[in-house]
Design a protein around this ligand. Sequence first.
Ligand code: 13P
Length: 336
Amino acid sequence: MTELNKLALKILENGKGILAADESTGTMTKRLQSVKIVSTAENRILFRETLFSSKEMKECIGGVILYDETIKQNASNGKNISKFISDIGSIAGIKVDTGAKQLAGSPDEKITEGLDGLRERLKEYSKLGAKFTKWRGVYNISDKYPSKLSIDTNAHALARYAALVQECNMVPIVEPEVLMDGDHSADDCFEKTSAVIKKCFEELILHKVDLSGVILKPNMILAGNDSKNQITNEETAKLTVKCLKESVPNEVPGIAFLSGGQTELQATENLNLINKFNDTNFIMSYSYGRALQQSALKHWAKDVKDIQGTQKVFDHRARMCTLAAQGKWSKELENN
Ligand code: 13P
């Protein structure tokens, strides 16, 4: 067992999942403005530290993905944020892509940037305490998209990123996100997500990435937001497991889903069903941003001094997601 494999397993052991708290300052500003909080560096770390110091972090959250600003900030006790997270028993990670930009040659699609100077940035993040990383490729679905150009170029970038990350002894989260936006069917989502993931692994293998030291972060299989033909949660779970079984090599230790605009409840219930139907060797857990933070953020915004109340809301979400990652979640537990 390699060190990277051990680390990937440790992040996702015993139903633990990942807290994606790596919103860029622009995205975090939108989230804070939506609940009428001014987006200052102090407010951003205040909310995040409130989550990081909550009770269920130790048992439920195996890793926290940070943003560049946050990994350079200190907690209120003066400790560097990654040290603060590791003292709790979790592991700090870092988003290293620099965002999705218009793809030359197919301007309605995106290519994720950030490879230039990445080796040097990784060394810096490693010194700051990061043990794993994230890079998100993003794809939209329509009749003609994602194009071969978008599938190939994003897979190439994800593979070059993952190879550099492993060279620096960190675990890369490989995130190809096929978006929920649009009126496409779940079958379209299945077909296109499968093509995207298969191409990613083809490139990862070409770039000699150790697949046992990678965490895949995919979307679930869902009909588009505007589709009239929504499918049941059972169907989502079955199609998601089928897609991953057919597209992901066996060496990969773990899969941690993004929530991608699903409600907190939907993301939890779907993950629970996925684990009920999971007949693979992959750990299937979560790496949620919105589906872990939304209610906590709303609560906090009503009274930013109510740290305990905010933590209670977050702790419940984290516990429910961890139960779902073990296939042990139920509506009764949710409502208790
Ligand atoms: P959501 O769970 O809000 O989709 O965020 C996860 C993430 O990290 C997207 O890159």
